[in-house]
Design a protein around this ligand. Sequence first.
Ligand SMILES: CC(C)(COP(=O)(O)OP(=O)(O)OC[C@H]1O[C@@H](n2cnc3c(N)ncnc32)[C@H](O)[C@@H]1OP(=O)(O)O)[C@@H](O)C(=O)NCCC(=O)NCCS
Length: 160
Amino acid sequence: MNDIEICKLIADDIEDIIEISVLSFPIAWVKEAFDNELENNLARYVVAKIDKKTIGYGGMWIILDECHITNIAIHPDYRQLGAASLILKSLINIGKSEGCSAMTLEVRKSNFAAQKLYKKFGFVEEGLRKKYYADNKEDAVIMWKRNFDDILSSDTFSSN
Ligand SMILES: CC(C)(COP(=O)(O)OP(=O)(O)OC[C@H]1O[C@@H](n2cnc3c(N)ncnc32)[C@H](O)[C@@H]1OP(=O)(O)O)[C@@H](O)C(=O)NCCC(=O)NCCS
């Protein structure tokens, strides 16, 4: 398989990332939600591509000096190839380049794969939001990464 490229999200990617969202989450985002993110000054989104095909995406909001991850998802056929890791590195570097010093997210208590991904990048659990998810009332684990020094800034984009 060819290399994974990380690019900024553009409007042409939205159809593909809706499909990935539907395949990845019990409550998927609709087109309007992604369209709004393209217009949102706080939002930063990237996509992962293999041979020009969009296979994953990730995004965050920059609020003051903190990055809040909204979504990271990889198409089921392309998981465990390192795509989410490249997306996360890219988002951390965007945050770093914009003066942020911390990143946070919520993840389902049962989502061990995602928690392993985040722990690999130095995120630690700092609390729970009880019954956070509307579909099954599952708790969310709140994770934070409070130091970006371990992430090399060469990892932001492989192409634009
Ligand atoms: C979680 C998710 C984004 C991981 O994407 P991915 O591209 O497969 O992740 P990577 O290949 O970059 O893996 C990075 C690390 O995550 C962990 N990981 C990923 N998938 C895993 C799995 N199925 N089981 C256990 N650990 C897993 C491993 O620690 C892995 O590091 P390693 O390969 O050195 O062991 C993907 O499974 C997904 O899209 N899931 C559905 C959506 C979701 O849960 N998003 C997160 C919401 S907070």
